[in-house]
Design a protein around this ligand. Structure first.
Ligand code: FAD
Length: 403
C-alpha cells in the first residue's frame, strides 16, 4: 500500500505545436497519454503530439471510481485486463510516480441462485485464464466485510459471492500525470486547451488534423476521445458501433479507515470502496438514455443511495459530499475497440465505457505497438473493429459491473 506523498515527476509542457508529427493523439485522457508514453518508451517514437481539448484527465479518467480488476466473463477480456492489472502493480516503479496503488480485493455479491451460478462460472473462467477469483460463503463474506448486512435490508439476501483477490484501486489523476510526465520527458509534446475540429484525409489515407491552434500534419492519428469518439471518428468519415451514456458517482464525508475492500453487487448494479482520504466512493449503472450531458442527477443519487444502504446500513448516516458524472463510450457488445479503421493511418481506442480506467496501461501498450508496427499484438487483436463486420462480437455485458 502506498503512503500518501507528493511524489509526482514533473511534466514538460510544449509551447506551440509543430507543423507535423509522426503521430497525433486526440485526447489527453488515460488512454491517449498511455499510448503516447508507450510509443516513446517502448518504440522510441517521440515525434508525437497529444491534443487535449480541456486539461489532461478532465474527461472520464479524472471522474472514475478507480477500480482495477480482471474478473471478466470471456477469456479474451480476462487475459487483457489481467495483464493491465499486473502493469498497474509495477507502474509506480516504472514511472517513478506515486499513484496510490492499493491491492484491496473486490467482492461481487450474489442475491439469487441464478447469480450464484454466474459467479461460480466467472470464478472458474477467471482461474482458467490467470485471474485469481474464488467463491465465498456468506460467513466468509461477513468475516471479510463486518459492516455487510447479509439480509440485504431484508430484500436482497446474500447467498455468497466471488472474491477477486487482486482487485485494486489507484488515484486516477495521478495515473494520467504519471504517463504524461513519462511521455513528455521522452520528447512527446502535450497540449491542453487544444481542440481537434477536423481530420484531414487524402483519399483513404489520413494526413493530419485541424485544431483550434491551426492545422497539424500527421503520419498517423489516434482518436482517444472518450465519450466524444463518435463525433471525432465522424470527422474522418468513420462510423462506430458506439453510443455515449452518462455515468454518475458520489462520495460521502470522511469515515474512519476500516473498509479495506471493494464491494459490488451486479444484480443491484452498485459498488463502493473507501478512498485514501476516508470518503466512501459509490457508483452504479449508467443512464439508459444516451446523452453527452455531464450534469449530476438527483434521481441517480437517490437510486444509488437506496441500493447501497441495503447492503451497508452504516452508510445511511453519512453525508453526501460531492456528486458528478462522466460520459461513457459504450460499444454494442460491451467490449473495447482497439483498432485500425478503414481510413489508412486513422486508429481508435474506444468502447471503454464504464470500465476503461483499469485498461489504461495495457490499452496504451497495445495501441502503441499497433501504431508502431502496423500489427495488433495478440492481447488486443480480438478487439478489432473488424469483429462487427465479421459478426464475431465479444459479448460481455455481465462484466461491465454497472448494469
Ligand atoms: C463515474 C465513472 C466511474 C467509472 N468507474 C470506473 C472504474 O471504477 N474502473 C474502470 O476501469 N473504469 C471506470 N470508468 C470508466 C473510465 O473512467 C473510462 O473508461 C476511462 O477513463 C476512459 O479513458 P479515455 O482516455 O478513453 O477517455 P477520457 O478520460 O474521457 O479522455 C478523453 C479526452 O479526450 C478529450 N477530447 C474529446 N474530444 C476532443 C477533441 N475534439 N479534441 C481534443 N480533445 C478531445 C476530452 O476532453 C478528454 O479529456 C468510470 C467512468 C465514470 C464516468
Amino acid at each position: 500500500m502506498s503512503e500518501y506523498t507528493e511524489t509526482l515527476p514533473p511534466i514538460r509542457w510544449a509551447d506551440a505545436p509543430k507543423a507535423a508529427y509522426d503521430v497525433v493523439i486526440i485526447g489527453g485522457g488515460g488512454h491517449g497519454l498511455s499510448t503516447a508514453y508507450h510509443l516513446a518508451a517502448r518504440h522510441g517514437i517521440t515525434s508525437v503530439a497529444v491534443l487535449e481539448a480541456d486539461y489532461i484527465a478532465s474527461g472520464n479518467t479524472g471522474r472514475n471510481t478507480t477500480i482495477i480488476r480482471a474478473n471478466y466473463g470471456i477469456p479474451e477480456a480476462i487475459r487483457f485486463y489481467q495483464h493491465s492489472l499486473e502493469l498497474y502493480q509495477g507502474l509506480e516503479d516504472e514511472t517513478g510516480a506515486d499513484i496510490l496503488h492499493q491491492t484491496k480485493g473486490i467482492v461481487w455479491l450474489a442475491h439469487t441462485e441464478m447469480a450464484m451460478r454466474t459467479e461460480r462460472a466467472r470464478a472458474a473462467m477467471n482461474q482458467a485464464c490467470g485471474a485469481q477469483t474464488f467463491m465465498r460463503t456468506p460467513e466468509e463474506l461477513k468475516a471479510l466485510i463486518p459492516q455487510l448486512d447479509l439480509t440485504g435490508g431484508g430484500r436482497y439476501p446474500v447467498l455468497g459471492g466471488s472474491h477477486h483477490v487482486e482487485g485494486a484501486t489507484a488515484r486516477h489523476d495521478r495515473v494520467a500525470w504519471a504517463y504524461a510526465s513519462g511521455a513528455s520527458r521522452r520528447g512527446v509534446d502535450l497540449f491542453q486547451h487544444t481542440v481537434v475540429t477536423g481530420i484531414r484525409r487524402d483519399g483513404d489515407r489520413v494526413t493530419g488534423v485541424e485544431t483550434s491552434r491551426g492545422p497539424i500534419a500527421a503520419g498517423a492519428v489516434l482518436s482517444a476521445a472518450g465519450g466524444r469518439v463518435t463525433q471525432v471518428a465522424a470527422m474522418a468519415g468513420v462510423r462506430l458501433p458506439v453510443r455515449t451514456h452518462p455515468l454518475h458517482a458520489f462520495v460521502t464525508n470522511d469515515h474512519a479507515p476500516g473498509f479495506p475492500i471493494i464491494l459490488a453487487s451486479t444484480e443491484l448494479a452498485c459498488y463502493v470502496s473507501q478512498t485514501e482520504r476516508g470518503q466512501m466512493l459509490i457508483g452504479a449503472e449508467f443512464d439508459s438514455q444516451p446523452s453527452y450531458s455531464r450534469q449530476a442527477s438527483f434521481a441517480a443519487l437517490r437510486s444509488y443511495s437506496y441500493k447501497i444502504t441495503r447492503l451497508l446500513p452504516f452508510l445511511a448516516s453519512m453525508r453526501i459530499l460531492r456528486q458528478w458524472a462522466g460520459i461513457c463510450d459504450i460499444s454494442v457488445d460491451f467490449s473495447p475497440i482497439m483498432s485500425a479503421t478503414p481510413v489508412d493511418g486513422f486508429y481508435v481506442t474506444t468502447g471503454w465505457g464504464t470500465w476503461g480506467f483499469k485498461a489504461i496501461p495495457a490499452g496504451g501498450e497495445g495501441m502503441a505497438a499497433l501504431i508502431a508496427t502496423g500489427r495488433p499484438p495478440a492481447l488486443i487483436a480480438p478487439f478489432t473493429l473488424e469483429r462487427f463486420r465479421r459478426d464475431h462480437v465479444l459479448a460481455d455485458a455481465g462484466s461491465a459491473g454497472t448494469r
